[in-house]
Design a protein. Structure first.
Length: 342
């Protein structure tokens, strides 16, 4: 069902991904936030983890394109999509939710026990059955005890179902009603009154939807707020009672997409940029460019051609670390930076 949208004019507590974030958080200055001291952790996933899930049309593709990450206590969650060609991924694609113990990943001790669950659904557009094969970034809803993901047709301006999934089984939670939006929603988060915020492809428009709305589809209304920021956000997480943080990529005038990390606030006109969180370099200088797409980037000992802000991002409950997952699975690595303000 489509949901009525309304924006908060005053934000008192944004998202509920980690309920102890404020209680345990260090006293960091939002005006001088930075990330530093990169580390990378192999995730210990079997190279054939997706071998049984290959698409019949593309039997040689055994990787899953990462989308979002979330950390809840010692559980590390990840969403990803298996697809073949960009030409037909709106028809042939699969959505997955995965989880493992964060402590096992951070221990660097080799093999890690991973669990996955396919969450693909379908819809019909122009008399063609399309796969909801593209999961969004993910966020934990402490009030409802589940993980939200928006599964969408892998094409802009199409169709999305926001669904609440069980952290235990990774299947849809019993009794949870999916939220349908006629757009491709790729980035989501939670507002303090329990509503979801969603950003579409390239974060051009923003939505907020109420999961508790039980009205029928015929009388639901969708309003959109245009995003004035030009960064294509990929995944978001809570920061404090009035801010959230999003990783994303921005194509600059040289035609290259650079990684970005933004501290944002929601208002009546959408999101406003509070701080562009930079990387503190070893010489003490800073850079707001967190790597470049299609170039060699080094995160600790990890080399990859994806920039930070590309795909998964999450903050530890104690606000000491920012986690990124720019690569795909099974071969990607979890990248961790310290959050500092000096």
């Amino acid at each position: 069902m489509l949901k009525r949208i309304s924006w908060l004019l005053t934000i008192t507590a944004l998202f509920v991904g980690c309920t102890d974030a404020d209680e345990m958080a260090p006293d960091l200055n939002n005006d001088t936030l930075m990330i530093t001291e990169p580390e990378a952790f192999p995730i210990g996933m079997d190279p054939d983890f997706f071998a049984a899930d290959v698409l019949p049309q593309y039997p040689d593709i055994k990787s899953c394109h990462s989308q979002g990450i979330e950390i809840v206590d010692d559980q590390f969650f990840l969403s990803c999509t298996v697809y073949g060609s960009t030409a037909d991924r709106d028809v042939y694609a699969k959505s997955f939710l995965l989880k493992a113990k964060l402590s096992e990943v951070l221990s660097n001790s080799g093999s890690v026990t991973w669990t996955k669950h396919e969450i693909t659904e379908t819809t019909v557009i122009d008399n063609i059955t399309r796969a909801l094969g593209h999961p969004s970034g993910i966020v934990y809803d402490a009030e409802r005890g589940g993980i939200w993901s928006a599964i969408a047709v892998y094409k802009a301006l199409t169709h999305t179902r926001m669904t609440l999934y069980s952290p235990d089984t990774l299947a849809p939670m019993p009794g949870a009603t999916p939220i349908t939006i006629e757009d491709h929603i790729g980035t989501i988060g939670l507002l303090p009154d329990g509503r979801l915020i969603g950003m579409n492809w390239d974060s051009i428009d923003l939505y907020s939807v109420d999961p508790r709305d039980v009205s029928t589809q015929t009388d639901d209304i969708i309003d959109k707020v245009a995003n004035t920021l030009t960064t294509a956000y990929q995944d978001c997480d809570t920061w404090d009672s009035s801010h959230f943080m999003c990783g994303g990529v921005l194509k600059e005038i040289d035609g290259i997409k650079y990684g970005r990390l933004h501290l944002l606030e929601v208002g009546a006109q959408g999101v406003q940029l509070t701080r562009e969180v930079p990387l503190k370099l070893p010489d003490g200088t800073t850079s707001v460019r967190l790597g470049a797409a299609d170039q060699d980037n080094t995160y600790g000992t990890y080399h990859i051609t994806e920039a930070l802000g590309n795909e998964g991002f999450a903050i530890s409950a104690d606000r000491k670390y920012a986690y990124f997952f720019p690569g795909d699975v099974p071969g990607g690595e979890l990248v961790r930076y310290r959050l500092v303000d000096e």
